[in-house]
Design a protein. Structure first.
Length: 125
């Protein structure tokens, strides 16, 4: 695997660990942020397999959907997972009252783990 792709997966793994830790500490907004960034790095790695680089979050998500969801290479549910993570992260990072919902936070972490795993499996083919 390309060293740059490996580094993105290392970051994704680290963010998943941090997300779990933040849940244990009841820092749900921080957990959501870390879960989203785990997905961000996994998708960045995935796009790099096709030499696609995006600097904006919206561009990264659009490229993921266009290149991997529409082609059927990735389950369509991952499109919704990434979009939900992006929206929750934005709400938590920019609103004065962050989301403090354990259930949503745990679900996002679970979905982020699934996405990182799927991206890694694709990149290891």
């Amino acid at each position: 695997m390309n060293p740059e792709i490996e580094r993105h997966f290392e970051r994704a793994d680290l963010f998943l660990i941090r997300s779990e830790h933040h849940i244990q500490c009841e820092f749900y907004d921080d957990s959501i942020n870390r879960s989203y960034y785990a997905m961000f790095h996994a998708i960045t790695a995935l796009l790099l397999t096709r030499n696609i680089v995006r600097s904006k979050h919206s561009g990264l998500i659009a490229s993921f959907n266009q290149n991997f969801i529409k082609s059927g290479e990735f389950d369509i549910r991952f499109s919704g997972v990434v979009q939900k993570g992006f929206e929750l992260r934005n709400k938590n990072d920019y609103l004065s009252a962050p989301i403090n919902n354990l259930e949503d936070t745990q679900q996002l972490l679970h979905d982020a783990k699934d996405l990182v795993k799927a991206c890694r499996e694709y990149c290891n083919r």
